[in-house]
Design a protein around this ligand. Structure first.
Ligand code: ADP
Ligand code: DP6
Ligand code: CO
Length: 359
């Protein structure tokens, strides 16, 4: 008699992260090894996160994936690399409740189905690839009972999307570029947890939720090939900034933090302009937000808010505390009233948080 089909499922939820010292440029395209270290802050999963369910069943005859309800191809190298790396680390699974037993060697033959949802715009410069691949790797590792810790998993998530390695931790996180040719030391470490600097308030101003024209992958490839500023940045600028940023975070020095964050975002967008053909991720509304924050910070004498923009027009605004956040919202509402015809259409308010395992 044929064995009754069975299914085992795991669901995980992972927040996105926003870099305050940016990763832009790879020295190895396949392994996804960066040209510089980067530092990010992980957001609250209640606001911007990916939820991924992975299932394995004796009745599945191929690996399949649905993203935001639409089936997508898993044939790309990045998905294949993540699946292969986790499968290689799979262990025996014994689910007594469901009466399922999967031996380590069975994982080679079994297929998975993956359903993933982002609760925020996909491919619009709010790091959907970061939350997406971190969540995928984390969920697969749980499904297959892989014993690796989050740092080891970060080196696998990195092979899905570079920025994903930083979403395996909450708080402030550093992606160490590493030296090894096989990429084993290119992984994320937590600098401080989400409680360390909990007066910070992060506000995301969604300027435009449309998919960007140039993906991060293509954009940074073009920058590596054509931008001299990128070379200077990676070698001469970022190493010093990383040290200063770590110090600013440890000592909760908002003035240095804001100065470094804004300068690094501006230099990253300058690299995009220095690329041939030039890449324009920010738009007029983004520029107006920068002017508004710069003017306010100068008038106060000391920075109240830091701004940073990833590969898209949407602003990530980090306020020193709740008072500054309240004032910032008032200013944004004044400059971009809801009835105006600018394309700023929502604010998402949140603070930092840690990865939640919903499995
Ligand atoms: P973003 O700025 O949103 O990170 P990218 O261009 O870096 O934009 O990456 C977008 C790509 O990331 C998508 O086309 C898709 O391949 C992948 N991605 C986004 N969300 C997910 C998800 N939840 N699970 C797996 N991959 C995802
Ligand atoms: C501007 O991680 O999306 O957000 O590694 O090619 O998937 P791939 O690129 P991705 O690039 C992120 C670039 C950035 C800066 C950052 O997150 O550090
Ligand atoms: Co991305």
């Amino acid at each position: 008699m044929a064995e009754k089909p069975w299914v085992r499922m795991v669901t995980a939820q992972t927040p996105t992260n926003i870099a305050v010292i940016k990763y832009w440029g790879k020295r190895d395209e396949t392994l996804i090894l960066p040209v510089n270290d980067s530092i990010s802050v992980t957001l609250d999963p209640a606001h911007l996160c990916t939820t991924t369910t992975v299932a394995v069943s004796s009745s599945f005859d191929q690996d399949r994936m649905w993203l935001n309800g639409k089936e997508i191809s898993l044939s790309g190298g990045r998905f294949q690399n993540c699946l292969r790396e986790i499968r290689a680390r799979a262990c025996d699974v014994e689910d007594e409740e469901k009466g399922i037993k999967i031996a380590k060697k069975d994982w080679e033959k079994l297929h998975v189905h993956i359903a993933s949802f982002n609760n925020f715009p996909t491919a619009a410069g709010l790091a959907s690839s970061a939350a997406g691949f971190a969540c995928l790797v984390f969920a697969l590792a749980k499904l297959m009972n892989a014993k690796e810790d989050n740092s080891e998993l970060s080196a696998i998530a990195r092979q899905g999307s570079g920025s994903a390695c930083r979403s395996l931790f909450g708080g402030f996180v550093k992606w160490i570029m590493g030296k090894a040719e096989d990429g084993r030391d290119s992984l994320a470490v937590q600098l401080v947890d989400e409680k360390h600097w909990d007066e910070l308030v992060i506000i995301i101003a969604v300027v435009c939720s449309r998919q960007k024209e140039t993906s991060s992958t293509t954009g940074m490839r073009d920058s590596v090939e054509t931008s001299l500023l990128l070379k200077h940045r990676a070698k001469e600028v970022v190493p010093k900034r990383i040290t200063e940023m770590e110090e600013a975070i440890k000592t909760r020095d908002f003035e240095s933090f804001a100065q470094l964050t804004c300068a690094d975002s501006n230099q990253f967008h300058a690299v995009c302009l220095d690329t041939c053909p030039p890449i324009f991720y920010m738009n007029d509304t983004s520029h107006r937000i920068i002017s508004c924050v710069e003017k306010w910070n100068r008038s106060e004498g000391t920075p109240q808010v830091a701004y940073t923009f990833d590969a898209g027009p949407n602003a990530v605004l980090i306020a020193h505390n709740r008072k500054a956040a309240t004032q910032l919202l008032q200013k944004l509402l004044f400059c971009f009233p809801p009835s105006s015809d600018t394309d700023l259409n929502s604010y998402v308010i949140g603070d930092k948080s840690i990865l939640k395992d919903a499995g």
